[in-house]
Design a protein around this ligand. Structure first.
Ligand code: NAP
Length: 345
C-alpha cells in the first residue's frame, strides 16, 4: 500500500491533536509536517502543544518543528484544523500550490464548487473537484470539506430516511460538547453546572449544511435537498460527543420497523477508518449517551436511539456522534482515504 506524507495545519489545536492521535499507525498516511500560529512556529511540536488527549505525544511527532501556515510544507496532503478566519486564505494558498486540502474549517463548506462530504452519503460530490480547479485556477490542488460537528450526529440518519421516504422538514435541538469550542474554549465558570443556549454562528450552519450533503450532483453542481431545518444549539457540560434531538416529517408514510431498517442497513464503506456500522440504532430507552456511546466504531459510528413516532412530526429520534472524531479529524481522514481510493490523490 502506497504511503502519503501528510501535513496538519492547526496541529496544536483540539482538532489538530486528534489528527495526530488518529494518524498513529495509519497504513496510508504518515505525518511529516505540522503548522500552527506564530506563537508555535519554530518550536518543536512537544514544546508548542498543550496536549489534552490521553497518552503521550507520539515521539516521532513531538520532535517535528512547527511551521507557519504557508506553503511549501514537506507533504503530499494537507489536513486543516484552522479557525475559519485564517483558513480561507491559507487553504487556498495550499490548493493553488498543488496540495489536496482536506479541511474541517467552515469557510468553504457552502461554496458551490467545494464538496461538503460525508463519504458514505455523497461520495459522488467529488465530481465538483475538476470544476473547482478550473474556476479557481488551482491546477492539481483542491479543497474538500467535512461538515460541522453537530451535523454529523443527525445528517446520517436523515440521509437514510431521505433516500427511502423523502424528508420534508426537520426540527433539531443540539447538545454540544465542550471540546467543540476548541481549547481553551468556554470558561469553566460558564459551563460547569450549566447549559448555554447560544453557540456563536452555529444555528445557521446546522440549518443549511444537511441540504447540501443530501443534495444530488447533476454533473455540474449540487442541487440541494428541498427540506427546511429549524435548529437550536446548546453547549452542555460534556467533554466529547454531540447529541441531537430530532423531529422529522417525511414525504411518504412508513412504519417504525421500516424507519429502523433504513438506518441500520445504510452501508458503511470498507475504508481503513470506516466503522463496521455507519449508524447503530439502540433500543435501550436510556441511550444514546455521550460517555457510553461516543467511542462506538472508534468514534466513527453514529448512534441513534429514542426512535419513535411523533405526535406532531412523523418520527423523533436522538442522534449522537463523537465531535472531534466523526465530526472533525476522523471525518477528514476518511475523506482523504476516499480521495486515495478514487485516484484523486
Ligand atoms: P483550537 O483548539 O482553537 O485550535 C486552533 C488551531 O489553529 C491551533 O493549532 C492554533 O495554533 C491555530 N491557529 C489559531 N490562530 C491561528 C492563526 N492566526 N494563524 C495560524 N494558526 C492559527 O480550535 P479547534 O477546535 O481545533 O478547531 C479548529 C477548526 O476546526 C475550526 O475551524 C473549527 O470550527 C473546526 N472544527 C472543530 C471541531 C471541534 O469539535 N473542536 C469540530 C469540527 C470542526 P496555536 O496553538 O499556535 O495558537
Amino acid at each position: 500500500m502506497k504511503t502519503y506524507r501528510v501535513g496538519i495545519l492547526g496541529a496544536t489545536g483540539t482538532v489538530g491533536q486528534r489528527f495526530v492521535q488518529l494518524l498513529q499507525g495509519h497504513p496510508q498516511f504518515e505525518i511529516t509536517a505540522l503548522a500552527a500560529s506564530e506563537r508555535s512556529a519554530g518550536k518543536t511540536y512537544a514544546e508548542a502543544c498543550a496536549w489534552k488527549l490521553s497518552g503521550d505525544i507520539p515521539e516521532s511527532v513531538g520532535i517535528l518543528e512547527v511551521q507557519p501556515i504557508e506553503p511549501p510544507l514537506d507533504c503530499d496532503i494537507v489536513f486543516s484544523g484552522l479557525p475559519s478566519n485564517v483558513a480561507r486564505e491559507a487553504e487556498a494558498a495550499f490548493a493553488r500550490a498543488g496540495y489536496p486540502v482536506v479541511t474541517n474549517s467552515s469557510c468553504y463548506r457552502m461554496d458551490e464548487d467545494i464538496p461538503l462530504l460525508i463519504p458514505e452519503i455523497n461520495a459522488d460530490h467529488l465530481g465538483l473537484i475538476p470544476i473547482q480547479q478550473e474556476k479557481r485556477g488551482f491546477g492539481t490542488g483542491f479543497i474538500v470539506t467535512n461538515p460541522n460537528c453537530a451535523i454529523c450526529s443527525f445528517a446520517p440518519p436523515l440521509a437514510a430516511l431521505h433516500r427511502k421516504f423523502g424528508v420534508e422538514a426537520v426540527m433539531v435541538t443540539t447538545m454540544q460538547a465542550i471540546s467543540g469550542a476548541g481549547y481553551p474554549g468556554v470558561s469553566s465558570m460558564d459551563i460547569a453546572d450549566n447549559v448555554l443556549p447560544y453557540i456563536a454562528g452555529e444555528e445557521p450552519k446546522v440549518e443549511t449544511e444537511a441540504q447540501k450533503i443530501l443534495g444530488s450532483f447533476n454533473g455540474h453542481a449540487v442541487e440541494k435537498a428541498d427540506f427546511t431545518v429549524s435548529a437550536q444549539c446548546f453547549r452542555v457540560d460534556v467533554i466529547d460527543g454531540h447529541t441531537a434531538s430530532v423531529r422529522v416529517k417525511l414525504s411518504k408514510t412508513s412504519t417504525l420497523e421500516d424507519v429502523i431498517e433504513a438506518m441500520r442497513e445504510f452501508p458503511s464503506l470498507g475504508l481503513y477508518s470506516s466503522p463496521e456500522h455507519f449508524i447503530e440504532v439502540l433500543e435501550e430507552p436510556s441511550r444514546p449517551q455521550p460517555r457510553l456511546d461516543r467511542d462506538r466504531g472508534k468514534g466513527m459510528t453514529i448512534t441513534v436511539g429514542r426512535l419513535f413516532p411523533d405526535n406532531i412530526f412523523d418520527y423523533r429520534f436522538v442522534g449522537m456522534s463523537h465531535n472531534t472524531v466523526r465530526g472533525a479529524a476522523g471525518a477528514a481522514i476518511l475523506n482523504a482515504e476516499l480521495l486515495v481510493e478514487k485516484g484523486l490523490i
